[in-house]
Design a protein around this ligand. Structure first.
Ligand code: CTP
Ligand code: MG
Length: 368
């Protein structure tokens, strides 16, 4: 049987935010809309995907939205039901027996659920995923039996012809999903168990619940020599020697950058700022500012930074607070979120013989 998936992404998402539509916000470093595109693209019985968007919104995010040869993009309508009807009308002349209709605002959909729906759709005209409620439900001061009150999710699967005719028949009625049309007409609907994680992002809190924390590690070491300046964490430290490096050789900032990049698999400092002319003798604070900007664009928030500066000399006691203050300003976080610790190696090894200074950093980040 041939399936077409309709992904609805033309809404304004006003209850979520008045600025960025929810389907184009980032969750775990990925646009919300991309999660659904990925799932439907990977299911082989789904031969076509109609992605319903609002062109005005789409312009800004076009380059970040996944592409796939199955996808046809169309302009949506005023209400959700109008967007669905436009997509169904687009399929009039094709031969798809079944359509799966899904809200792009449900990024936690799993392939397993889609496959289950597809399986049941072979023998049923309408298949809908439902979950029971766990809260007490009151309607006009009467307590309803919460076990019998169902929340209906998407994707919902229908015989194409049936759902198209129902949409035409109920053109002037308000409804929030396609299963409503079957219920109005008292038609048979196959209810299957949905997934409690398959929530529809509606308000800001919906995503905060699923905030994912990740961690990154960074390490750097630079040779100490006479006639060089010493910068640690962007602060000039008066000392008889300084670090040798292609830039200003600040091991603290270099290790910090690598830990930030590592926390979200964004590469490493050597790839982003190679040892070429452009970066020769540059202050490392410039690189850090660029990385902080990158995190901002990707809605990545720093939770905390833990730094070990490993140096036999100079003694860093009086600089630790100045360094954490400076880094907190560059990273746009509070000083409470940065810890700077100093360490010697008990005169052991190259660091102990004052031939080098090293630094290790661990950071924790999450999505806004
Ligand atoms: N949708 C759509 N076309 C519309 C309205 C909604 O394609 N005219 C889509 C949304 O993008 C969303 C899904 O339908 O993926 C479910 O709608 P809803 O959660 O109500 O999203 P919005 O309408 O965008 O949000 P709000 O009602 O808060 O403005
Ligand atoms: Mg809406």
């Amino acid at each position: 049987m041939s399936y077409c998936a309709i992904i609805l992404a033309a809404g304004k998402g006003h209850r979520y935010s008045k600025t960025v539509p929810k389907q184009y916000t980032l969750f775990d470093n990925e646009l919300i809309i991309n999660y659904s595109i990925k799932i439907f693209s990977e299911i082989s019985s789904i031969k076509k995907i109609i992605l319903v968007i609002n062109k005005q919104q789409f312009k800004k995010f076009k380059n970040q939205v996944y592409k796939n040869k199955k996808i046809t993009i169309i302009q949506g309508g005023k209400e959700r039901k109008d967007s669905v009807f436009l997509a169904l009308s687009k399929l009039k002349r094709s031969n798809y027996k079944k359509v799966l209709i899904h809200d792009a605002a449900r990024p936690f959909l799993k392939k397993k659920l889609v496959n289950k729906i597809i399986k049941f759709s072979k023998k049923n005209e309408a298949v809908i995923p439902c979950i029971s409620n766990t809260d007490t439900i009151v309607f006009k001061n009467k307590i309803l039996d919460r076990k019998k009150v169902l929340s209906i999710q998407t994707p919902q699967c229908f015989s194409y012809k049936k759902i198209f005719f129902l949409h035409e028949e109920y053109k002037n009625k308000k409804f929030s999903d396609e299963s409503s049309l079957f219920f109005y007409k008292n038609l048979a609907v196959k209810k299957i168990l949905g997934d409690h994680n398959n929530i529809k992002i509606t308000i800001k809190n919906d995503i905060i619940h699923d905030k994912k924390i990740s961690y990154g590690i960074g390490y750097d070491i630079h040779k100490l020599e006479k006639n060089y300046k010493l910068y640690l964490g962007g602060i000039y430290i008066p000392y008889s020697m300084g670090t040798v490096g292609h830039s200003d050789g600040d091991p603290v900032i270099h290790a910090l950058i690598d830990s930030l990049l590592g926390s979200k698999k964004l590469g490493d400092i050597g790839t982003l700022f190679p040892n070429n002319k452009k970066f020769k003798n540059k202050r490392s604070t410039i690189f850090l500012k660029e990385i902080i900007n990158l995190l901002k664009i990707k809605s990545i928030k720093i939770n905390n930074i833990d730094i070990n500066i490993i140096a036999q000399q100079p003694n860093l006691k009086k600089y630790k607070k100045i360094i954490s203050n400076n880094l907190s300003k560059i990273c746009n976080i509070s000083e409470k979120q940065i810890s700077v610790k100093g360490k010697t190696t008990d005169r052991l090894g190259n660091i102990g013989k004052n031939k080098a200074i090293a630094c290790e950093v661990i950071t924790s980040v999450s999505n806004n």
